[in-house]
Design a protein around this ligand. Structure first.
Ligand SMILES: Nc1nc2c(c(=O)[nH]1)N[C@H]1C(S)=C(S)[C@@H](COP(=O)(O)OP(=O)(O)OC[C@H]3O[C@@H](n4cnc5c(=O)[nH]c(N)nc54)[C@H](O)[C@@H]3O)O[C@H]1N2
Ligand SMILES: Nc1nc2c(c(=O)[nH]1)N[C@H]1C(S)=C(S)[C@@H](COP(=O)(O)OP(=O)(O)OC[C@H]3O[C@@H](n4cnc5c(=O)[nH]c(N)nc54)[C@H](O)[C@@H]3O)O[C@H]1N2
Ligand code: SF4
Ligand SMILES: [Mo]
Length: 665
């Protein structure tokens, strides 16, 4: 690549909520970023960024990006005017002090923050809130709670193997994950495994882009993973392929005993599978060792998703595929826990509410109610469930502040807008949740316009609050980003990364080694053994009743990260396009481009029909985030998943467990 002598090169890490956490290099000239590309030194990024690269670059300079604070005259009126930072911060500070005085408490102040940017210093927002006293804050995650608990119960910790080791696998099951879209940098490792003789199987209700690239595809009915896994285990047991190892497994013998009591035909019927499919997979497992499974977040966004993950763990353990190179069940790790979270100023009296049940939680809080809402790295009015309820609670709030880059649905219904910097305009660090690379963001360019990082906003507000009412906030506002990084990087992190100082990451990202998870079969559970789940009382799990004829699946889209990276509005369709199987559409009198209404007890959605043979006849598909205005979650009442509380404080959300019907408009 040609480099001009005045070009400046800086190293970055993509802080979006994405499996790949790419190492990015920015090229800038005269204070302007001219190019972004993947760092070739990082073996996972391997010199390439995903198809969102252009969006990442253009969103820095997107004319829709807001570069100065704004106030709205009448929430939702669209009558915004520009104000200075001093005025914006002053308004917020007065509002906080006024609420604190009238309630004698800081609990009416609420923070809703999640993963628009997962940078470690973004946690200054929690720190600033906690420094005020006991406040209300969301906790939990829509991403992966149920599966995290599932693996924690089985193994005692959340660990992933090095993705490089997958090239040693002979059989790869991609189970409810669509890496060809959501983790594109992992795909080359699967191709390499195949070159070395591995067989790749995808299990998904949708014939996804990943399925297209696989050797075998098994079309599961949504939510039927547990039934299918049990049918498979049942068959493997009959073939003497399951091995209890009492020295390393707790609950193995009762698991095997209870397993034999199931009716395999009934399990297969629920999963919508023929005996052939399960026999084929059983034979592949028998003939190919090691087997690597990647359980995706998609498959556990169901009411019994955690349980399904536990069955897959048991499948791998009982077939001898745990603890060997190329084997294992990858899901997600909690490497972030290696870092200090001192910046968050954690306290024991925070009033936590479930991020996945935000609308219900807000409505239920009375003593005292929430009056003030701060939104950062989050677009609840675009991405949350129970949107009707959220909108009605929202209107009762006194004051809403949104810190964002764009005027999202949530920002549009706020009183104040605070413009934030991108990861190319500030100092921060990040460690992802799937692979083991850690990276730094150093400013490639100065903040654009008047944008400020969430950390700078926390510092500014703290200073103003303390000017108005001394000792209101204990947030260490005198510290700079670099000081916070000094305390965030612990001696343990330095040791694992083999570096002396985080500044060494200015030269590029670094990885820590995890070895082969559970190679010694010493697990992190209380008795040191793998725990097989109990198979008692499974009726409702395996054979659920269905009130509406279609599952409405809204998995993650290729060109967006959730509600980020939107197409220009002029190119957005008027209504979301939902995809049905042609036979299902015909049975409803619908054809391609029909205007239709999707409905259930929770709501109605105007849609346009698309036809596809990639989905089962009882499934309607609409990748989420494709259209900023589609509000797919209008139909989602917020069914919780079966697990998640232990690792993330609240249960997971069964986002894909939405049942609907459809009619012509
Ligand atoms: N391009 C892109 N990448 C992303 C994101 C994005 O929005 N866009 N978002 C990021 C975030 S926040 C997350 S959480 C991850 C999520 O990434 P993934 O873990 O890949 O999750 P999803 O895309 O929601 O769903 C994956 C697959 O699960 C399937 N699925 C749904 N229900 C079931 C079921 O009952 N059983 C089985 N076996 N499969 C089922 C869906 O059809 C889908 O193909 O991706 C991250 N990466
Ligand atoms: N139907 C359906 N709904 C879903 C899902 C699904 O699969 N189907 N997936 C769920 C999942 S897994 C997730 S993770 C959520 C994601 O939903 P959200 O948590 O809302 O995440 P994003 O849409 O990625 O980003 C939210 C906002 O953060 C802003 N942002 C980016 N960087 C910064 C920053 O540095 N500071 C601040 N203050 N703001 C910033 C972005 O501009 C964006 O507007 O959606 C959930 N909703
Ligand atoms: S969105 Fe994901 S794949 Fe794309 S650059 Fe960022 S981390 Fe990499
Ligand atoms: Mo997510």
């Amino acid at each position: 690549m040609l480099t001009h002598k005045t070009d400046q090169i800086t190293h970055h890490i993509c802080t979006r909520n994405c499996y790949d956490s790419c190492a990015i290099i920015a090229r800038s000239r005269d204070g302007q970023i001219t190019d972004l590309y993947g760092d070739a030194q990082n073996p996972i990024t391997a010199g390439r960024l995903c198809s969102k690269r252009q969006h990442i670059l253009s969103s820095i300079y997107d004319p829709r990006r807001i570069l100065h604070p704004m106030i709205q005259h009448g929430r939702g009126s669209g009558r915004w005017s520009r104000i200075s930072w001093a005025r914006a911060i002053d308004l917020i500070a007065h509002k906080i002090l006024e609420i604190k005085a009238s309630y004698g408490s800081t609990l009416p102040l609420c923070l809703n923050k999640y993963s628009g940017n997962l940078g470690l210093l973004r946690r200054a927002v929690e720190g600033m809130f906690n420094s005020l006293g006991a406040t209300t804050q969301t906790r939990g995650t829509p991403c992966f709670s149920a599966g995290l608990d599932a693996q924690y119960f089985d193994f005692g910790a959340n660990i992933t193997s090095n993705i490089r080791d997958v090239t040693q696998a002979k059989l790869i099951l991609l189970w409810g994950v669509n890496p060809a879209w959501t983790a594109v940098h992992c795909m080359p490792y699967f191709y390499e495994a195949r070159r070395r003789g591995a067989t790749i199987v995808v299990l998904d209700p949708v014939f996804t882009e990943t399925a297209r690239k696989a050797d075998y595809y098994i079309q599961l009915r949504p939510g039927s993973d547990a039934s299918f896994a049990l049918a498979l285990l049942h068959l493997l047991e009959k073939r003497n392929m399951l091995h209890d190892m009492p020295a390393h497994i707790t609950g193995g013998s009762s698991f095997l005993r209870d397993l034999s009591a199931f009716d395999a035909d009934e399990l297969l019927r629920t999963a919508g599978q023929s005996l052939d499919a399960v026999q084929k997979l059983a034979a592949l497992i028998e003939e190919n060792h090691p087997m690597h499974v990647w359980c995706g977040f998609g498959m556990q966004r169901h009411r019994y998703g955690g349980f399904a993950v536990r069955l897959i763990d048991a499948l791998s353990m009982l077939t001898g595929n745990i603890g060997c190179r190329g084997g294992g069940v990858n899901y997600a790790h909690q490497g972030m826990l290696l870092f200090s979270d001192a910046i968050m100023q954690r306290r024991s009296d925070t009033r936590f509410i479930d991020i996945n049940q935000f609308a219900d939680s807000l409505a239920a809080l009375h003593d005292p109610p929430v009056r003030f809402l701060w939104i950062a790295c989050r677009n609840p009015l675009g991405q949350d469930v129970s949107l009707q309820k959220l909108l009605s609670t929202w209107t009762q709030l006194d004051f809403v502040v949104t810190a964002d880059k764009f005027l999202t649905q949530s920002a549009a219904l706020s009183d104040l807008f605070l413009p934030v910097t991108t990861e190319f305009e500030e100092l921060d660090a990040y460690a992802g949740y799937f692979h083991h690379w850690v990276g730094l963001n150093t400013p490639a360019i100065p903040p654009r316009g008047e944008a400020k990082s969430d950390l700078e906003i926390a510092r500014l507000l703290t200073r103003r609050l303390n000017e108005l009412a001394p000792h209101t906030s204990t947030f260490p506002h005198q510290k700079e980003a670099a000081d916070f990084l000094d305390e965030t990087f612990t001696p343990l992190v330095y040791e694992r990364l083999s570096i002396q100082h985080w500044r060494e990451l200015e030269e590029g990202s670094r990885a820590y080694d995890t070895g082969i998870p559970w190679a010694d079969h010493q697990f992190a559970t209380d008795d040191g053994k793998f725990h097989c789940c109990s198979l008692a009382d499974m009726g409702s799990i395996l054979f659920p009743t269905q009130e509406y004829p279609f599952y409405f699946l809204t998995p993650h889209a290729q060109q967006n990260i959730n509600s980020q990276h939107q197409m220009p509005e002029t190119r957005l369709p008027e209504h979301p396009i939902v995809f049905l199987h042609p036979k299902a559409a015909a049975a409803k009198g619908l054809s391609e481009n029909s205007a239709a209404i999707l409905w259930n007890d929770t709501g109605e959605l105007h849609v346009t029909v698309g036809l596809t043979e990639t989905v089962p006849q009882d499934t309607i598909l609409c990748p989420q985030g494709e259209s900023r205005f589609s509000a797919l979650n209008w139909l989602n009442a917020g069914q919780t998943a079966d697990m998640g509380e232990v690792r993330t404080g609240t249960p997971g959300i069964a986002l894909h467990d939405v049942l609907v019907n459809i009619r012509a408009k």
